[in-house]
Every structure is written in structure tokens, then in C-alpha cells.
Design a protein around this ligand. Structure first.
Ligand code: FES
Length: 111
């Protein structure tokens, strides 16, 4: 099972999720990383799940079109949308210091 380290509000939260699990789905059913993970729509629109990948990015799939649309240049800085990631390897990520502009709905998106 993938081990996840989530940095949030200056603390490191450590847990495991099932193989090919999604952090937003897990938080939505109140399992780790609940209640520490910030998220909203679960559909790649709101940006509230934006995270900076610290370790394990090499095991993630390529960003999909939703991440490319929402994150833009932030992708090159290591940002990903947690709701668009299905994990099969260990991952360390942070939701500290996230650009607040990412939580603003982009024009043309449906709330
Ligand atoms: S939860 Fe809204 S973009 Fe990920």
C-alpha cells in the first residue's frame, strides 16, 4: 500500500492508502488523509486540492488536461491536483505555501 506523507500547516501527516487510491476520494470517506487534506470539487476544477509534490513525482502519471488547464505554469514548479492522482507508489506532498490564486475558479469553469 502506498505510504503518503502530507505536509499541512507545518505538520507532517503520515498514513497509507489502498493501491491505486486517490487522496481526495479517501478524504471524502473520512479515511487518511482526512481531515488534513484541502479539497473541493474532486473534479479538477476548483484547485483547492493543489499540492506540491516533494518526493515520488516520478511514479505519477503525466498531468491530464484538467491539471494543465488549472495549474498551467505551476506544473513546472512541482504542483499537481491531488484529485487527479491515483497512487501506486509512496508519495510526499505539501499543501503549505500553495499559491492562493489557484483556488480561484478559472473563467469558463462550472462551479
Ligand atoms: S478538488 Fe477541486 S480541483 Fe481537485
Amino acid at each position: 500500500m502506498p505510504k503518503v506523507i502530507l505536509h499541512k500547516n507545518g505538520q507532517a501527516h503520515v498514513g497509507e492508502i489502498k493501491e491505486n487510491g486517490n487522496l481526495v476520494v479517501c478524504a471524502g470517506i473520512k479515511t487518511f488523509p482526512f481531515p488534513h487534506l484541502s479539497y473541493g470539487c474532486g473534479m479538477g476544477r476548483c484547485g483547492k486540492c493543489a499540492s506540491i509534490i516533494i518526493n515520488g513525482a516520478e511514479h505519477l502519471g503525466a498531468p491530464n488536461w484538467k491539471e494543465e488547464r488549472k495549474l498551467g505554469d505551476h506544473l513546472a514548479q512541482g504542483y499537481r491536483l491531488a484529485c487527479q492522482l491515483w497512487l501506486s507508489h509512496d508519495l510526499e506532498l505539501s499543501q503549505d505555501g500553495i499559491d492562493p490564486a489557484l483556488s480561484v475558479m478559472t473563467p469558463g469553469t462550472v462551479k
